[in-house]
Design a protein around this ligand. Sequence first.
Ligand code: FES
Length: 294
Amino acid sequence: MTGEWLTRVARRAAPAAAIVMGLCVLLLTVDWMVAAVQAPKHDKLVAGLQKKVKSDASLAPRLAAEQKRITAGRIWRKRRDHVTGYVLLAAAIVFLASSKRVLAGRPRPVKAPEKPAPPAAAQAARAHRTPSAATPPALDLAFVDEAVARIGRGKEAAIPLLQAIQEHYRYLPDAALARVCELTEITPSQIAGASTFYGQFRRSPVGKHIVKVCHGTACHVAGARQVTDELRRSLGIGEGEDTDPARLFTIEEVACLGCCSLAPVLMVDGQTAGRLTPATAPAALDVAGEKEPA
Ligand code: FES
């Protein structure tokens, strides 16, 4: 209640203080201009009388009177300016305090209500559509144990083990490689060297469908790059990635697929589609049974 009253008072005081400040500034300016105009005239008057007094002593009382009048005027103006200065200072303080109070009492913008969280079912559906964002399920490492027992524990078993793991999981999961190192004589550096040296091995999860886009000479000339770029764009595959966020499609650029007369060509899940253009290429992925990408 007191706060509202103070705000109301401040709303009236602020403009009044501003008017007083303006009047004070005007008065000081006028005084300064008057003094600037009168000072040379007064000096000239006094100098003239002083000159005449030297030859006519009867003018001495008039000179004294003029000097007294001019001095009194200057003292009065100086005192008035001092008072005006203090009033200006006080008005400025009142103005600043009132403005602050008025600003503090202004209604604050109402915050927009937060968007309600999507229903749990929608969140679950999204998580299903984008498994990369969800916590990956724990990997079943029973296959690794069985492969090690079948293929061997020596260093010479490194490549066959990697091939078996990739065939089973479709890539080389870190957990599976760590398990191999636990169970065999193969070291993590050997695993890392072999898995990165040979192009047949993948270290990241692969999509449900492999899309092989031919970049052989005939397909390259016929626009394989534009086809690949459009596929990546329509699937939302980011820079440096080869699999879409939903892990439905992995795009691979491969050498000649052997059907150059249909260039440019792609193969998805073993089915070939040819004479593609950037406009028709996304529809070619429909053969995989998934919804055509946007
Ligand atoms: S170059 Fe693409 S199929 Fe031969």
